[in-house]
Design a protein around this ligand. Structure first.
Ligand SMILES: Nc1ncnc2c1ncn2[C@@H]1O[C@H](COP(=O)(O)OP(=O)(O)OP(=O)(O)O)[C@@H](O)[C@H]1O
Ligand SMILES: [Mg+2]
Length: 222
């Protein structure tokens, strides 16, 4: 897949019969290799927009297209397949499975998709994120930054074209945050992977080609 587009997208939630409007008439187009940052205050709707772009949540109105095809033309199993092949996800908390080793955690997306890739490719990705010496360790033995590297390797293992990141370094100290951010930017450039990143971190944001702010339910480029 090369392009994700959202057209006139609005999203509201209903809580106890109260309508909470979060996003109103949003348009955005993201291509492979783009570096897209989503900023905005807490509660502005960054995570909501990420979830919708990744087809993990549905818009209230408007549409999402993957490569010019409306995603409503895909059924759930098509969509989960599309996500497995094209998308990677990195969240603020790494969500590693604590009973599995580093390498086992990284290989989870391959197991789910029944894909096989060369062992040399796996080794390369692990090397890329600097975890070669840690592959047989359990997550509790790792530092926060190392755990986030595992999450990044896991997001990369299926060779996605788009990685959705929700505060990927929000849980790290400044030095570690910068190391992980540089790693992500470098990987994005070399593999032409789009990074669609919700973040408050102004140091990180300044590296992005397209910086958007969500404010009063609208999305504006800044
Ligand atoms: N499942 C849900 N049900 C009801 N309201 C929700 C739901 N998910 C999000 N919201 C509301 O939508 C708004 C946007 O939330 P969202 O998580 O997208 O914000 P955010 O910009 O990611 O904030 P943060 O920076 O704190 O992560 C908030 O007011 C939130 O309470
Ligand atoms: Mg959020």
């Amino acid at each position: 897949m090369n392009k994700i587009e959202c057209i006139n997208l609005s999203k509201s939630f209903f809580v106890d019969n109260n309508k909470i409007e979060v996003l109103d008439n949003i348009n955005i187009s993201i291509k492979r290799g783009d570096l897209v940052a989503l900023s905005g205050r807490s509660g502005a709707g960054k995570s909501t927009l990420l979830q919708i772009l990744a087809s993990l949540d549905a818009p209230s109105s408007g549409s999402i297209k993957y490569d010019d095809k409306l995603i409503t033309s895909f059924n759930n199993s098509d969509l989960s397949n599309i996500r497995l092949v094209n998308f990677g996800f990195v969240y603020q908390f790494h969500h590693l499975l604590e009973d599995l080793t580093v390498i086992e955690n990284i290989l989870i997306p391959l197991e789910i998709s029944n894909k096989t890739i060369d062992k040399s490719e796996v080794i390369k990705i692990i090397d890329e994120v600097g975890l070669s010496h840690r592959i047989n360790h359990l997550p509790w033995k790792l530092s926060g930054g190392e755990k986030q590297r595992v999450a990044i390797a896991r997001a990369l293992i299926n060779k996605p074209n788009f990685i959705f990141l929700d505060e990927p370094t929000g849980n790290l100290d400044e030095d570690n945050a910068e190391i992980i951010q540089n790693l992500l930017l470098d990987i994005s450039r070399r593999y032409k992977i789009a990074l669609i990143t919700a973040t408050h971190d102004s140091n990180f944001i300044k590296n992005f080609d397209k910086i958007y702010k969500i404010q009063d339910m609208n999305l504006n480029e800044v």
